[in-house]
Ligand binder design. Structure first.
Ligand code: AMP
Length: 460
């Protein structure tokens, strides 16, 4: 038994067996450092980024602590976004699979309160939520948190960035003082330290700086300005490397829109992801990116939180991030799960000092490289392999992924392996299909029936 073996922990057998089935053979660094303290009921502050295994670190802690005989809310996990909350809930359910009858409920904004209130009446053990919505439920006295013994703040820095400080204060005020509190954050600005000091009890602080060995992410820096402007530099990099999935990080919402519009004008399959999108457009953009219908996502740091794409081939920083930790967080989105990743950063004369600061921070030398030659612009532009169809029917109409797959593949329709991700929301569904078969798929779905009914279907 090595020290990083889960069986060295005080975890119950169901959890341990399930970890084996899931192929979680060894603890990640953050798990190895945080879990012993978490399982010892200590308060823990951990610096963990997406990809570090932070979710399992707190999920195993709260699952182990759960007393199933008491059907009441025992744990609350607060996340900055709905996407992150959904991922966290999914991971908790996955890790808790070996334990019977665990009820995990997500409560996020952007959807009606009514169904959530009804679910709350049926009770739950674990709530994963965004702060604003919890505040709403508390105000309406829908939530009884008096038996809560575990609070997790996930991506705490992002919650503060999004202005959730007051909501967090209001929520925490209503929680039992005698609880365990875990705080996860990628960065530690002053505000986080002051929250931690106020709401935590002798916390243990754990720092796991990089989630990757730096060799797995190739970092390139390119100076722009005199000969080549930033947008042309992005085009050259995209044409040279043809990434299937790439995020271009910009500083402002407006810049994301401008860059995405320009890239589209040149024929790239690009969309902007920023805080100006409403929830529906945001979901749609993320869906299309994740199912490989678009290849370039132009995003702000805030909009990209919670973005969980395992196979991001490339990250392009349109400018240096405003701080080195944010830079490391951005580039950590590529090169996950042992894949090699590529991070390209553009900077100009005025940002030279940021390059120096990053090199000191990383203890690594980064020399500016020449951009790809303009010849690459003559080649054909990469076209993503899939297209997304939107069906105006979803879970409420009792549609299941199997119904959609069935309609596409029956009677010599299209082959199952030409159908990509199927995602169901309450009143609509998205299905990715091979781009070349999109018209056929559209006809199959429009003419054929789903659950005995016809639904409007269109290509987006
Ligand atoms: P996270 O940093 O929580 O977003 O986790 C990143 C990914 O790693 C998730 O897909 C987890 O399911 C996976 N993961 C977490 N811990 C382990 C582990 N010990 N072994 C293998 N995979 C893990």
């Amino acid at each position: 038994m090595s020290p990083a073996d889960f069986s060295s922990l005080k975890l119950n057998t169901e959890l341990l067996n399930n970890l084996k089935t899931l192929g979680y053979n060894a603890m990640t660094d953050i798990q190895a450092e945080a879990l012993p303290a978490i399982l010892d009921a200590k308060d823990v502050i951990a610096q963990g980024q997406t990809g570090s295994g932070k979710t399992a670190a707190f999920a195993l802690g709260l699952l182990q602590k759960l007393d199933l005989k008491r059907f009441c809310i025992q744990s609350l996990v607060l996340c900055p976004t709905r996407e992150l909350a959904e991922q966290v809930a999914k991971e908790i359910r996955k890790l808790g699979r070996g334990i019977q009858n665990i009820k995990v409920l997500t409560l996020c904004g952007g959807v009606p309160m009514g169904p959530q209130t009804a679910s709350l009446e049926h009770g739950a053990h674990i709530i994963v939520a965004t702060p604003g919505r919890i505040e709403d439920h508390l105000r309406k006295a829908n939530l009884n948190l008096e038996n809560l013994n575990m609070l997790v703040l996930d991506e705490a820095d992002r919650m503060l960035d999004m202005g959730f400080q007051d909501a967090l204060d209001a929520i925490i005020e209503q929680l039992p003082a005698n609880r365990q509190t875990l705080l996860f954050s990628a960065t530690f600005p002053e505000q986080i330290q002051s929250i931690a000091a106020r709401i935590m009890h002798q916390p243990l602080t754990i720092q796991v700086l990089s989630t990757h060995d730096s060799n797995s992410i190739l970092q390139h820096v390119y100076k722009v300005g005199e000969d080549v402007d930033r947008l042309t530099a992005v085009r050259l990099l995209l044409m040279r490397y043809n990434p299937q999935s790439v995020v271009v990080f910009c500083t402002t919402k407006r810049e994301t829109q401008e860059v995405a519009d320009e890239l589209r004008r040149y024929g790239f399959s690009a969309l902007a992801l920023n805080g100006d999108l409403d929830q529906k457009d945001r979901d749609q953009t993320l869906t299309r990116f994740m199912n490989h219908s678009i290849s370039v996502l132009v995003a702000t740091d805030v909009a990209a939180r919670g973005l969980d794409v395992d196979a991001l081939d490339m990250v392009i920083n349109y400018h240096f991030a405003h701080d080195n930790e944010v830079h490391v967080h951005r580039i950590g989105r590529t090169g996950r799960a042992g894949n090699s990743g590529m991070a390209c950063t553009l900077y100009d004369e005025k940002e030279q000092y940021k390059l120096e600061s990053l090199q000191n921070y990383l203890g690594q030398r980064l020399s500016s490289e020449a951009l790809p030659s303009f010849d690459v612009l003559d080649q054909p532009i990469y076209i993503p392999p899939m297209t997304t169809l939107r069906i105006d029917g979803g879970k409420k109409q009792k549609l299941r992924p199997g119904d959609i797959l069935g309609a596409l593949t029956r009677d010599n329709g299209i082959a199952g392996d030409q159908v990509g991700k199927i995602q169901l929301a309450a009143n609509w569904a998205y299905v990715a299909v091979n781009r070349e078969l999109a018209d056929k798929a559209l006809t199959l779905l429009t003419d054929g029936k789903l659950k005995g009914r016809r639904f409007r279907v269109r290509r987006i």
